[in-house]
Design a protein around this ligand. Structure first.
Ligand code: GLN
Length: 516
């Protein structure tokens, strides 16, 4: 049969069910590709589907630190099975016994005693962990250059960044090293690398996927998400991530939307798509804008109406996020003091143990965030910074609620630019932070959003972001699926070596993009 790694995840599990493919063979095919990877996407690879740490053959076996072992509801529908599917997992998801460092020097070598619920739910459905993927340290970044495990190279152009912070997950899926991957999105970390790597990135509604076992960055924003080659694959994984509320995450609220299935829509009749003019001002590359406009025209051809809307406070989301997220990070990261977790610096007394451990363990961006956050929370400044940022957040939430009285979905480019050169923005945090300008409003509002590839600019992928109200995932997935089909983007990076022999381009070397 054809190389199974060229099939979508949905087709792989169908072939597994039909007996046309065996799980060990599928795992080995990806294992081989991932082991030959030259993009630095993985920080750890499982030996095989039966690797004790990676496989859970007899249903759920996620160990909790305290209390009884939980069990997880698995979708009953056969079409939603993930049995035998290898899944790449962002490093910050704890997996029992598997190195989990959130790509920080401080946690290098740490092996947690428990498995994150998001991973355990997939394992309960029969999926296996293929490996852990590279990311920005503690998920702080937009380029994957803040990793203690080195930068990740963009499979479309290895001199460029893959985006971040889930850069390894996005690059792995784009390069065909994994069928699907888990990422996390605090301010755009699933959607933005998906856009820059030409894959689909889905950030679900805040609270719909348990955060248990995810190493925290900013707890009121962190959300597990999916990177996939197409929208149906993303929907397949989402059906497993969601379900009953997780008692081990107090912000987990259980799935409250319509039943999740595989999207099949190919029309958008009657759908009202809002375009927030106030977010589409300066700073968007003309090529990105052109692909975005072309995608809107495609949406109209499929029957949607495009409506200009305003999100009056969304332009302040960036400033608010870069107060709120560091504030929460400064508190979350206080636990890394060398006493209970991770690596401990040699020291003669307790205070220098704390300071040396944290000084040696944290990279520059993490230190910057801790200082920013500590400052914003300090007495005398709390109201001026943190309090004010929370007020802005409330306004952004209201903006989305008001907009959705008028429209079903909201569309923007995912990122104002395509992938930039490695090292180009590392000395300019502000330029780096601006990459998130169109993904942060949805994060502050806690609403679901997807990025799908909508074309190429200068040979590099452009992402289209569609967001909706809380638990609006079914409608977002339907619309994204219809658009994806109409746009016909070819997600094969020109030099990905998907033929496997020698990794040099092969039959796909000349493939180009769809709507560009
Ligand atoms: N790029 C943003 C940041 O650096 C978002 C990161 C994320 O979503 N984890 O904070």
């Amino acid at each position: 049969m054809t190389d199974p790694t060229t099939l979508s995840a949905v087709d792989q599990v169908a072939a597994l069910r039909a007996g046309d493919l065996d799980a060990a063979g599928l795992f080995a095919a990806y294992r081989e590709r991932a082991a030959a990877d030259d993009t630095n996407s993985f920080t750890w690879l499982a030996d095989g589907p039966d690797d004790a740490a990676a496989a859970v053959p007899d249903g759920a076996r996620a160990r909790s630190v305290d209390g009884p072992e939980p069990t997880f509801d698995v979708p009953a529908d056969d079409a939603l099975s993930v049995r035998g599917l290898p899944v790449a997992v962002k490093d910050l998801f704890c997996v029992t016994g598997v190195p989990t460092a959130s790509c920080s020097e401080l946690l290098r070598g740490y092996r947690p005693p428990h498995t994150a619920t998001a991973v355990a739910r997939l394992q309960a459905g029969g999926a296996t962990v293929l490996g852990k993927t590279n990311q920005d340290e503690f998920a702080m970044g937009s380029s994957n250059e803040n990793s203690a495990f080195g930068a990740v190279l963009n499979p479309w152009d290895r001199t460029r960044v893959p985006g971040g912070s889930s850069g390894g997950s996005a690059a792995a899926v784009a390069a065909g090293l994994a069928p699907v991957a888990l990422g996390t999105d605090t301010g755009g970390s699933v959607r933005q690398p998906a856009a820059l790597c030409g894959v689909v990135g889905l950030k679900p509604t805040y609270g719909s996927v348990s955060r248990f076992g995810m190493i925290a960055f900013a707890s009121s924003l962190d959300q597990a998400g999916v990177l996939a080659r197409d929208v149906r694959d993303a929907a397949l994984v989402l059906a497993h991530l969601t379900g009953a509320a997780d008692p081990r995450d107090s912000t987990s609220i259980g799935w409250q939307g319509d039943a999740l299935g595989l999207p099949s829509a190919d029309r958008l009749d009657g759908l009202r798509i809002g375009v927030p003019t106030d977010l589409l001002g300066e700073g968007i590359d003309p090529g990105v804008r052109a692909s975005f406009d072309a995608a809107l025209r495609t949406a109209e051809e499929l029957g949607a109406s495009i409506v200009e809307i305003t999100l009056p406070h969304a332009r302040h989301a960036l400033a608010a996020y870069y107060v709120i997220a560091p504030a929460e990070a400064s508190s979350n990261l206080a636990r890394f003091d060398g006493v209970r977790y991770g690596n401990r610096a040699a020291a003669d007394d307790l205070v220098s143990l704390y300071t040396r451990t944290r000084h040696d363990g944290f990279g520059p961006e993490v230190r910057r965030r801790i200082m920013l956050g500590t400052f914003a929370l300090s007495a005398g400044y709390y109201d001026a910074y943190y309090g004010r940022a929370q007020q802005v957040r409330t306004k952004v939430v209201e903006d989305f609620a008001t907009a959705h009285e008028q429209v079903d979905l909201i569309a923007t480019p995912t990122s104002p630019t395509v992938a930039w050169g490695l090292g180009e923005r590392t000395d300019d945090p502000w330029a780096m932070y601006r990459a998130d300008v169109m993904t942060l409003p949805q994060s502050l509002a806690g609403v679901p959003a997807i990025s799908i590839p909508c074309g190429l600019d200068d040979g590099l992928p452009v992402g289209l972001q569609l967001s909706g109200p809380a638990f609006g995932e079914p409608r977002i997935l339907d619309a994204a699926h219809a658009l994806e089909r109409a746009i016909g983007f070819d997600g094969t990076p020109p030099r990905s070596g998907r033929t496997g022999e020698g990794g040099a381009g092969g039959a796909d070397a000349t493939s180009g993009g769809g709507a560009a």
